[in-house]
Design a protein around this ligand. Structure first.
Ligand code: R7I
Ligand code: MG
Ligand code: MG
Length: 321
């Protein structure tokens, strides 16, 4: 495949991966144990693949980056708030709607989030779950991936763990989307890179531990060591582990993510983004990528994000001449 065609497949894979994982995982969210017969059924009869807030916010991030041709905090915050007002029933966490109310009262986009949870800001996984479009647009510019992931997180998740979760998920996607499929993939190299952008002990400990849980630690040990909850420092490592354990199969990565239980829509959505970025749309089972809600819209946004990424690349090149 030509370079641009291959990238298009991967951009689409990442965006569709977010929605497919989200929609497949949503019926199991918050259930302690996941029924294995139910998981197996997802391949042949997934039922209506409706996405939740994870994808809804991802769409908002893509829309804002495209309209503003890059990151604009005020615009992104207002886009999230507008989308929420249109579809508040998507299963949002408690924090974001509070932020949207504060924005409506005139609090600025970079201040509203820091008032949550008694002033510590949120460490929920909400900033990480929606970060895919930023990773795609800046995939060739690691410093921009880190800074846009962090600034976009700040809108609703100003706790350092909420921010670091978004940075990690974004850096992993940017790394995977440009991985040369002709070169064997080395999980340890990706994990080392990620340790370099996650200074908190919570994340560093899990990134170090993750390698020792590959390739087949028992489920109970994985959930104990990585976690499977709504906190960024649980769901982000869990999703990364689900991908690293099943790097060559989109369906195995996503179904494994759901089998961990807990915050299943979000863990599966983030695992889907990683796997889709790495393997491309063509690796997502046809039934899932055709049936998922808003599939053609997601594909169209992915193509526009690629156009923007290439535009940013050529601006950088001109700048460097
Ligand atoms: O992170 P967020 O957008 O929620 C995303 C989750 C995903 O699972 C979605 O699928 C959806 O179901 O919701 O929303 P937040 O409310 O910011 O964070 C999620 C939750 O994490 C909060 O409602 C709290 O329960 C918890 N939490 C905290 N608890 C105590 N102290 C987040 N930050 C804190 C904190 O600082
Ligand atoms: Mg959700
Ligand atoms: Mg969730």
């Amino acid at each position: 495949m030509m370079e641009e065609e291959r990238l298009r497949d991967r951009f689409r894979g990442a965006m569709l991966g977010v929605a497919v994982g989200d929609a497949l995982g949503a019926p199991f969210e918050g259930m302690g144990m996941v029924n294995h017969a139910g998981l197996e059924r997802l391949e042949a009869e997934p039922g209506p693949l409706r996405y939740t807030d994870d994808t809804h916010m991802t769409l908002g991030m893509a829309e804002s980056l495209l309209e503003r041709r890059g990151f604009d905090g005020e615009h992104m915050a207002m886009t999230f708030a507008r989308n929420y007002r249109q579809e508040p029933w998507r299963g949002y966490g408690a924090g974001p709607p509070q932020v949207f109310r504060l924005l409506a009262q005139g609090i600025t986009w970079d201040q509203a989030g820091s008032t949550l949870f008694g002033g510590t800001g949120s460490f929920g996984n909400g900033a990480a779950m929606r970060v895919t479009p930023a990773a795609l647009v800046y995939y060739r510019h690691p410093q921009s991936v880190v800074s846009v992931a962090a600034q976009s997180a700040l809108i609703t998740h100003s706790h350092e763990l909420g921010i670091e979760g978004a940075i990690l998920q974004a850096c992993a996607i940017a790394y995977l989307v440009q991985w040369d499929p002709g070169t064997p993939f080395n999980p340890a190299a990706l994990l080392r890179l990620l340790e370099g952008v996650a200074p908190s002990p919570e994340f560093r400990r899990k990134l170090k531990r993750m390698v020792t849980l590959l390739p087949r630690a028992p489920l109970g040990e994985v959930t104990k060591e990585m976690g499977n909850g709504i906190a960024a420092h649980e769901a982000v490592p869990a999703a990364l582990y689900a991908f690293l354990r099943n790097p060559n199969s989109f369906s195995k990565a996503v179904l494994y993510a759901i089998s961990l239980g807990g915050d299943t829509d979000t863990i599966a959505s983030m695992a889907g983004a990683l796997s889709g970025a790495y393997l491309g749309e063509s690796a997502i089972p046809l039934l899932w990528r055709e049936e998922v809600e808003s599939a053609s819209r997601l594909r169209e946004l992915a193509d526009q994000l690629l156009e923007l990424a290439l535009e940013i690349d050529s601006q950088e090149e001109e700048h460097n001449l």
